[in-house]
Design a protein around this ligand. Structure first.
Ligand code: T46
Length: 131
């Protein structure tokens, strides 16, 4: 189980900023899927699940949101508020997302195709699985 907050190098000049992400460099897995979450309504919380077999990197490319990460023993909060921050999540980690700014665009790079059978959406089952 791993969660790491990475800081990406920003290539900037007088025109503005650019971040480049490459597989096997900043991204430690082959990317099979990209999805993004935007236009999140005020006060909405998302997530409330863990994955059995998935690696992901989440980047708030615009705006901000907070991840709550729970490994079954402790919970921590990580705020994504800059396009140069990437949150790597691997293994059995319960995640919740909250405090989305109205302009938040959260991009997620994932190591696997979408598979509902990979989700654990019941917290008691998560605690049973993780112990
Ligand atoms: C995660 C957090 C950070 C698809 O059909 N394909 C997809 O690739 C995804 C991600 C979702 N869906 C469907 C499944 C649901 O019917 O879209 C609907 C919303 O998905 P969900 O309620 O799982 O969304 P979140 O924001 O709670 O969680 C998502 C990811 O599902 C999850 O893997 O780690 O973002």
């Amino acid at each position: 189980m791993t969660t790491t907050l990475q800081e990406f190098r920003v290539l900037g000049d007088h025109r503005g900023q650019l971040v480049a992400l490459e597989v096997n460099r900043q991204i430690p897995f082959e990317i099979k899927r990209v999805y993004y979450i935007f236009d999140t309504k005020e006060g909405v919380e998302r997530g409330f699940h863990a994955h059995v077999n998935l690696k992901q990197i989440a980047i708030a490319v615009k705006g901000s949101c907070t991840f709550v990460l729970d490994d079954g023993k402790k919970r921590e909060e990580i705020k994504l508020d800059n396009p140069n921050k990437g949150l790597f999540i691997e293994g059995l980690i319960w995640r919740e997302m909250k405090d989305f700014s109205s302009d938040c665009v959260l991009v997620v790079l994932a190591s696997e195709h979408y598979d509902e059978s990979d989700y654990i959406r019941d917290y008691s089952k998560f605690l049973e699985t993780v112990k």
